[in-house]
Design a protein around this ligand. Structure first.
Ligand SMILES: Cc1cc2nc3c(=O)[nH]c(=O)nc-3n(C[C@H](O)[C@H](O)[C@H](O)COP(=O)(O)OP(=O)(O)OC[C@H]3O[C@@H](n4cnc5c(N)ncnc54)[C@H](O)[C@@H]3O)c2cc1C
Length: 373
């Protein structure tokens, strides 16, 4: 493997780039955005000791990560719509799953990659696999280059994936209106006191308020619904005021403390439909193309595994590189290891989704957390 293209500079692509750089490989990361928008794809992420933290250790970044990570961010509270608490853990700040904001994580990894190895504003468009196995890669800005290996880390709606397998993402049945409560220390101390330093999950049948304190003094709240795929469009069309009123009316019977998350929402709103790839799907190994992260195994976020898997895939890939010499074997070994780990996570994510959007959801999730203590 002499000349590698990494398509997509999210956490997975960046981690892989850094690990390749440290091993002396010639690679380029092509990212379609301008590199400024890491925040817009999820807020605070918990990085697990047995997966996501391993590549950070491998890359020598664990001390820097530990300085940025919020160990107190593991605080967890689970309530039902009346506010009845089914689980609470305000930890000792020494857990296995500290939190970091997505932007900070990406910046940390990126700051150790040579700037010449990342090209922003390059949107992958297509590739052609040549007779010698090499790939001619084309970007929407007209740039083309040949590589002997291409890794798709281009996320949920990966275009690279279509060169390996014909599979579409599936709607999980869950949609979210992502809202934010800003400047919580100064402006909303009571809500902060209620939320504590980590996650607050309020669940009842087909709805939920999933709140998490982020590092920038805001609480991000995923107002979540089991709903038909098209229904979110009705919410997108509303003015800010009308949206707030709609959310308040959807959660009308819920406890006053919980409604405060909606009452204090700022104008920063995103609309998200949650998709997944079929659990455990795979493809025939190709000697010159593979996938990591969401591109390979998009799963719902309800087990907090997605970013951990993306980082860990990067690690599994370079471990196969360290151990084997021919590209076909490297790819096969990597894909076997990746599929094994990620299909377990995808299964756990799906089980959590079913648990969290069902009758007695708060009790079921609370029992699960209690059993893991
Ligand atoms: C609402 C929500 C909450 C989440 N919460 C959590 C959580 O708590 N914990 C957790 O572990 N995970 C969570 N996730 C999932 C997590 O964000 C993803 O699993 C993770 O970001 C995957 O990393 P990745 O590098 O594979 O892909 P991405 O982060 O999606 O990065 C892909 C990159 O590729 C770029 N790209 C896309 N197409 C192209 C193209 N054609 N050409 C060039 N570049 C391209 C994109 O701009 C992006 O930078 C959440 C996701 C959502 C939607």
């Amino acid at each position: 493997m002499n000349h590698i293209a990494i398509i997509g500079g999210g956490p997975g692509g960046l981690m892989l780039g850094l690990l390749l750089q440290q091993r002396g490989y010639n690679f380029t990361i092509f990212e379609k955005s301008d590199g400024q928008n890491h925040q817009s794809q999820g807020g605070s992420l918990d990085i697990h000791g047995d997966t996501g933290q391993i590549p950070l250790k491998e890359a020598g970044l664990i001390d820097a990560f530990n300085k940025l990570a919020r160990f107190e961010g593991e605080d967890t509270k689970i309530v039902d719509s009346t506010g009845q608490i089914y689980y609470e853990d305000y930890g000792d700040g020494e857990g296995e799953r500290p939190e970091i904001d997505r932007g900070e994580l990406c910046d940390l990894i990126r700051s150790h990659i040579n700037t010449t190895s990342i090209k922003y504003g390059y949107e992958f468009e297509s590739l052609e696999q040549l007779a010698n196995g090499n790939c001619e890669v084309a970007f929407s800005n007209g740039y083309r280059e040949q590589f002997d290996y291409v890794i798709g880390s281009d996320g949920a709606f990966s275009k690279v994936r279509s060169y390996l397998v014909d599979v579409d993402v599936e709607y999980t049945g869950i949609s979210m209106v992502e809202i934010n409560v800003e400047d919580v220390k100064q402006q909303h101390p009571n809500l902060l006191e209620y939320n504590k330093n980590g996650k607050m999950m309020a669940l009842e049948a087909d709805k939920g308020l999933l709140a998490q304190l982020n590092g920038d003094d805001k609480i991000k709240v995923y107002v979540s619904y089991r709903m038909a795929e098209a229904e979110l469009d009705d919410y997108k069309q509303l003015s800010q005021e009308a949206l707030r009123n709609q959310l308040l009316s959807d959660f009308e019977q819920w406890d006053e403390e919980l409604l405060n998350y909606i009452r204090h929402m700022s104008n920063e709103v995103l609309f998200r439909r949650i998709y997944r790839l079929p659990i455990g799907f795979n493809w025939e190994t190709n000697q010159s193309i593979t996938l990591i992260g969401d591109a390979a195994h998009l799963m719902s976020p309800f087990a907090g595994e997605g970013v951990n898997m993306a980082l860990y895939d990067a690690y599994l890939f370079v471990k196969a590189l360290d151990e084997y010499t021919d590209d076909m074997t490297i790819t096969k070994k990597y894909e076997q290891a990746m599929n094994e780990v990620s299909s377990n996570s995808a299964q756990a994510s799906q089980e959590n989704l079913e648990r969290m959007f069902s009758e007695d959801a708060a009790k079921k999730l609370g029992d699960m957390f209690t059993s893991m203590d």
